[in-house]
Design a protein around this ligand. Structure first.
Ligand code: IVH
Length: 735
């Protein structure tokens, strides 16, 4: 072959890879990932061998190039502005009135589009080819993130103009991540001991800040564009025409947008956008209402530093938001010792309940939102359930607000507080009290131990747990088993000045529940112990594979799983064919590699035979063994014995042969809420008998969510992701 043939071959590969990429993006992949990687590698090899074949729009750029040392700061040709906020139909009327004042013969025509809650970006195309990608930064200048943005498949590397492309076209929009991808990504980075992301916005920002574009390429980011920056050799008469041109050029635009002819219609389309939010893949933060005619926009220009021709519109009531006063910030200590700042607010009624306190998560969150004691704050119920502070109302500040600082001592026991180191070397955000005798931690554990998902000790909730600890009656849940009716009946739930006793009847109920807990299934017990990284599904899977708690504490199955993961890592690290080992092969490495490979070959069938199931991975296995080997774990084993508690498993369930004709065979299922006919555990057992995998959290890999009464955030998430939802009746029918 001659270089000309190579050129031809490279071009053919590029066209084919772009075609396959587009199919993949639309959800109809034509070939396997492996086959795809082979094609891509072929093109990469060609481009490496003949650098003159490299083209600025090659799909090989999507996988990321060399890591950077730092980002270059780039000044925007035109500043990236923000929008004035409007919150009511009256404010919208005022906006239009002001436009009319400046342009008396203004004929209303607006475009209403979603305000996307992502991370703002700008992308430049010179002669139709993507040359630059920049973050918003402070609006005047941002970080150059070209290589990172090139990894996002939604962003075209080249624009297909019919005729001659314009000299310059700068498009502006938002990078975002889909919730299900954030959850999947968090699982991966949590397993590596790195910092996880609390929401899709943080996940997107965190990913774009990576200096290594290869990492960005794994993050499944998306982008959507809604406005223009600098231009040379192209112009548009209206915003509508911009969107139409974007669509023709393959630039992704918001899926829902409307052209309307009055400000009242813009308000009603904004409402429709909010109602149809689920059709959009990103979170929205209200709507943006823009005057359609660009000549009018140009005439209106800026109003100090925001455009006079567009507004952001967000009605607090549509977003279930309310405004209240933040009276104080207190600090609570959780079951695992994490110190959580909690906002105490003037009670407000929102979404059917009174709200007077809500978690602020951690100090970073307070700093990021600049929340101060005395502030007027906007609150909402995240996922329609958990109350949260959305933002501070700046113009209500008096100057007397107090900045909050996290305590330097545990507010419960007065002990020192620590920040854990993450495996990446960074500090975890959370502050922790590591005193196992800390009264708040004990009370929270007793509460968790007694909760419905655990041993269901009815009558022992937050207040009783605190009173038991304060009264010196319990230091751990095991002390509950030694309680006498007399002690419970006289337990003071009030204050010393205003006592209020628990009473004999509730006392009896608690004792009966404790008696029943003695013979509760092993899975429930495991969950109740609060072992790190053991949720209810993994507790069940552990229980199904072991006879009792002692067997889990000294499990060879778990030890084999940990060993397997260690050997696999070692095999990778010593692989003579891996790129990292190029040129540094020593005989020692080589022999280590073959030794490790042999061990792995012997271990793999044994692990497969252990049938621990997908819920138990090496990191869970490690946490479980580590827990029982720790002083606290040993204490627990001792306490179980001392109290004559010997929860046993039900191995017969594990041994059941799957019924492969069931509609649940091979499906991933999540259960949420309470069912009438089955307890959570029984429903799980029925599903597992039919070959289903039952997991704790809803993701895009979930096939069904089975929903009992009082289902909460899991239901909301399933709706958002479009996962099939079965109510109890439908679940029973399919069983
Ligand atoms: S237009 C000159 N349209 O919201 C106007 N902005 O506070 C430029 N945003 O910085 C912005 N969705 O990051 C526009 N459909 C949309 C938007 C949008 C989200 C962001 C953008 C901007 C901020 C305005």
């Amino acid at each position: 072959m001659t270089p000309d043939l190579f050129r031809h071959q490279a071009e053919k590969l590029r066209v084919e890879i772009n075609r396959l990429n587009a199919l993949y993006r639309d959800g109809h992949p034509e070939i396997s990932d492996q086959q795809f990687d082979t094609l891509l590698k072929e093109l990469q090899d060609l481009e490496r061998e003949y650098p003159e074949l490299q083209s600025p729009d090659s799909p090989t750029l999507r996988v990321g190039g060399e890591p950077l040392k730092e980002f270059r700061r780039v000044k925007h040709i035109a500043p990236m502005l923000s929008l004035e906020k409007k919150e009511s139909p009256e404010e919208l009327e005022l906006f239009e009135k002001e436009v009319r004042r400046k342009i008396p013969n203004f004929k209303p025509e607006y475009i209403v589009e979603p305000k996307i809650d992502g991370v703002s970006i700008s992308v430049h195309y010179v002669d139709g080819v993507m040359t630059l990608g920049v973050t918003r930064g402070d609006g005047e200048a941002g970080d150059e993130i070209t290589a990172n943005l090139k990894t996002i498949p939604d962003i075209p590397l080249k624009l297909d103009f019919d005729g001659k492309p314009p000299r310059l076209l700068e498009i502006r929009g938002e990078a975002y991540m889909i919730e299900a991808d954030r959850i999947a990504m968090n699982e991966v980075i949590r397993a590596r001991g790195e910092k996880t992301f609390a929401n899709t916005r943080n996940a997107t920002a965190g990913s774009l800040k990576q200096l290594d574009p290869k990492i960005v390429a794994t993050r499944r980011l998306h982008a959507v564009f809604y406005s223009l920056g600098a231009m040379d050799g192209i112009s548009f008469a209206s915003h509508e025409e911009e969107f139409e041109t974007f669509a023709k050029l393959g630039i992704p635009t918001p899926k829902l947008w409307f052209k309307v002819e009055s400000i009242a219609a813009a308000e009603s389309k904004s409402r429709e956008l909010k109602e149809r939010e689920d059709e959009l893949p990103y979170e929205i933060d209200g709507s943006v209402i823009k005057i359609n005619d660009n000549e009018t926009c140009r005439k209106l220009g800026l109003k100090t530093n925001v455009p006079a021709y567009a507004v952001a519109y967000k009605r607090p009531d549509w977003f279930n938001e309310a405004t209240t006063k933040l009276k104080n910030i207190i600090v609570q200590v959780g079951r695992t010792g994490v110190l959580a700042p909690v906002a105490e607010v003037e009670t407000v009624f929102l979404d059917g309940t009174n709200i007077s306190r809500m978690t602020l998560h951690n100090a970073d969150e307070i700093k990021r939102k600049d929340i101060r004691i005395g502030d007027t704050v906007v609150i909402k119920r995240a996922g329609r359930v958990i109350p949260a502070v959305v933002r501070v109302v700046d113009d209500q500040r008096t100057g007397h607000e107090k900045i909050f600082h996290m305590p330097t001592k545990c507010p419960s026991c007065g002990g020192p507080v620590f920040q854990r180191k993450l495996s990446g070397g960074e500090n975890e955000v959370a502050l922790r009290c590591e005193n196992e005798e800390c009264p708040d931690q004990m009370a929270r554990w007793i509460e968790y131990f007694s909760s419905r998902g655990a041993l269901n000790i009815e009558g022992v909730g937050e207040i009783v747990a605190e009173a038991l600890v304060k009264g010196g009656l319990a230091k751990s849940p095991f002390d509950l088993f030694a309680l006498k009716l007399e002690q419970l009946a006289t337990l003071n739930l009030g204050t010393p000045e205003e006592p209020r006793v628990l009473g004999e009847k509730t006392g009896q109920k608690i004792l009966a529940a404790l008696e029943a807990a003695r013979t509760a299934p092993l899975g429930k017990w495991l969950y109740a112990l609060g072992i790190p990284s053991v949720g209810d599904s993994s507790a069940y899977a552990l229980a199904a594979a072991h006879a009792d708690i002692e067997a889990i504490a000294h499990s060879e199955k778990l030890a084999r799983l940990v060993e397997l993961a260690k050997l696999r890592d070692e095999k990778k690290a010593t692989n003579p064919r891996s790129r990292a080992n190029k040129g540094k092969m020593t005989a020692e490495l080589e022999s280590r590699f073959s030794e490790v490979s042999k061990k792995l070959d012997a271990l793999e069938p044994a692990v497969a035979n252990d049938a621990l199931g997908g819920e138990i991975g090496p990191s869970v296995a490690k946490d479980v063994l580590g827990f029982f080997a720790s002083p606290r774990g040993k204490q627990i084993l001792h306490a179980l014995k001392a109290n004559g508690l010997k929860p046993a498993g039900s191995p017969q369930i594990a041994a059941t042969v799957f019924d492969s004709s069931s509609p649940f065979a091979g499906k991933t299922v999540v259960i949420t809420g309470t069912m009438q006919k089955y307890s959570r555990e029984e429903a799980q057992a029925e599903l597992r008998k039919r070959g289903a995998k039952v997991t704790d959290s809803v993701s895009k890999n979930t096939d069904f969510v089975i929903c009992g009464a009082e289902a909460g955030s899991k239901l909301a998430k399933a709706q958002k992701l479009g996962v099939a939802i079965l109510d109890e009746a439908e679940f029973l029918r399919r069983l």
